[in-house]
Design a protein around this ligand. Structure first.
Ligand code: NI
Length: 170
């Protein structure tokens, strides 16, 4: 996820809107091995370079259920996340590294309760609110093959897609 419409820098490895991997439901992570730990570190570098705050494995072409994020207190990874509860409503201008250059005002639940595993394989339980909650919901959507455009109503989605298509003709 991305919060602001900033310049795209060196994010060539990030899969973009239209790539089928972004519309596929990712598989559960079966084992947290060296390969996955290295992949998470690479994803973190890619995310930082693109100035994002969250990045999922499918966005670099790996259809597995985990994501990295950094809300200012260092690299964190959540593996096999499951949103168990959600409540309230919160509006936010949401961006996505796979749809660079755009933000969309989207309403989603304000608070969530999430379970998953950390990079060491320890169970994590997270109560998240506002931006943190938004980030997790955005990333879990990616793992289910859902892009933020699908969270817009049909009219706004159609307009957004037309705008993106027009811009990519250049
Ligand atoms: Ni995204």
């Amino acid at each position: 996820m991305k919060t602001t419409n900033t310049e795209q820098a060196g994010s060539l490895d990030i899969r973009l809107l239209g790539d089928p991997v972004l519309n596929s439901k990712a598989g559960e992570v079966e084992a947290i091995d060296d390969r996955l730990v290295k992949l998470a570190a690479t994803m973190y570098d890619v995310m930082k370079e693109a100035r994002g705050i969250g990045l999922t494995a499918p966005q670099i072409g790996v259809s597995k259920r985990f994501f990295v994020y950094d809300l200012g207190d260092g690299l964190k990874t959540i593996i096999n996340p499951e949103i168990k509860e959600s409540s309230g409503e919160w509006q936010f201008d949401e961006g996505c590294l796979s749809v660079p250059g755009y933000t969309f005002n989207i309403t989603r639940p304000k608070e969530i309760f999430v379970k998953g595993l950390d990079i060491d394989g320890n169970p994590v339980e997270v109560e998240a609110d506002e931006l943190f909650s938004r980030l997790i919901q955005h990333e879990v959507d990616h793992l289910d093959g859902v892009l933020l455009l699908e969270r817009l109503d049909e009219d706004k989605r159609r307009k957004a897609l037309a705008e993106i298509r027009k811009a990519s003709e250049f």
